[in-house]
Design a protein around this ligand. Structure first.
Ligand SMILES: [Zn+2]
Length: 251
């Protein structure tokens, strides 16, 4: 179960003191070496609060370094916005794909004046802000990768802005491409079938069977039904094993 909205938080007194000392209100140097321990704490804290899921696509984030990134919700590269570089509620953990797609796209309804503080009203945003809006009132995720804007007009508009900026509409194609590659590159047929079934549980059996036949040269001429039976067999066997383990654990 992932989070719906993040609680608004402040830096610890110690971290805030460090930020103030180095930047004196002109926080713009995100990669400042001496603030590396602070960024490390932030990343660990965010991953935990977010249940290791990306704030935008809500897919699993690995906590290994390099597999997740810290996003500045209001991009620090936008003119005049560098002052929010270390603003605590402007920071969130996201996946590499969302970060690459979102880049420095604007998230505010209107430009801010130079000295105003960080906007916290829901109507200030074009965008589903992880600390200000409830995700569940904006986006419904079907089968793990189909993103539907929901709610009233402004909620839907914010959802669409996020879906478009992060390229979430193309997620089903991306998922299928990844599955096809895993199936093709696996060292043997058994491994390829197990990988596909284990890692891509949302792809329908029929589609997966077609993908496996297309991706594996040794299956040329095999019948669709044979592969389909193999998939169904592996899936049902796994469920039995899982259920057995769950029952055993609760005893
Ligand atoms: Zn993401």
């Amino acid at each position: 179960m992932t989070f719906d909205i993040l609680s608004k938080v402040s830096w610890s007194d110690e971290h805030q003191e460090r930020i103030d000392k180095y930047f004196k209100g002109q926080c713009s140097e995100w990669t400042k070496t001496s603030l590396a321990p602070l960024r490390k704490d932030l990343r660990a804290g965010l991953l935990k609060l977010q249940n290791y899921t990306c704030a935008y696509c809500r897919r699993a984030l690995s906590h290994e370094i390099g597999r997740n990134e810290i996003d500045h919700i209001i991009a620090k590269a936008i003119d005049g916005m560098a002052r929010f570089t270390y603003e605590r509620i402007n920071l969130v953990a996201i996946c590499k794909r969302c970060n690459k797609n979102k880049s420095d796209k604007p998230v505010l309804m209107r430009a801010l004046t130079n000295h105003c503080s960080y906007p916290i009203s829901p109507d200030d945003y074009l965008w589903v802000h992880p600390y200000i809006h409830r995700y569940s009132e904006h986006i419904k995720i079907h089968e793990g990768y189909i993103f539907e804007p929901i709610g009233g007009r402004s909620n839907k508009a914010r959802a669409e802005a996020l879906i478009n900026a992060c390229g979430l509409s193309s997620m089903p194609e991306v998922e299928k491409r990844r599955a096809f590659e895993s199936i093709s590159y696996a060292s043997d047929l058994h491994l390829s079938v197990l990988t596909a079934i284990g890692q891509y549980p949302h792809i329908a059996d029929n589609e997966l069977a077609k993908m496996i036949i297309d991706a594996r040269a040794e299956l040329t001429g095999s019948s669709h039904e044979t592969i389909l039976n193999m998939i169904v067999g592996v899936r049902s066997a796994s469920f039995e094993l899982i259920e057995k383990a769950v029952r055993a654990a609760s005893l």
